[in-house]
Design a protein. Sequence first.
Length: 137
Amino acid sequence: MDIGKKIRSLRQQNGLSQVSLADIIGVSKSTMSNYERNFSTPDPEVLLKLADYFNVSIDFLFSHQDFGFQSDLTKESVTYANSSFNKDESNALTYYNRLSDENKDYIKGLMIQLYRRENNIQSDFPKIKTKEGKTSP
């Protein structure tokens, strides 16, 4: 089951409209509709809000497991064996979910700084000419 179908199923199981879930996680109704139809993918902050609200892991949202959905499914009961996240990434998300909003903002800022620094380092590598005389990206 894809992420859009999972979001829709979780929303419906909790008796929520698209508008009410959109309000809860801070997006527009059209954005929520796009998530559910797989026209767009929620950004990491929205994924965290969805996982927190529905008490599931981000891994579960991305996994290909269909719902034989148990209503008592929690973050701790989801295994990471079929996950796209490794154990360190899963642990990082678990700890992140437990932070205050202020500390989450701080962590996001640090991640953006590290990402920019890493990209600047990578972009400083010299361009390499191919046999055809073209320059590599």
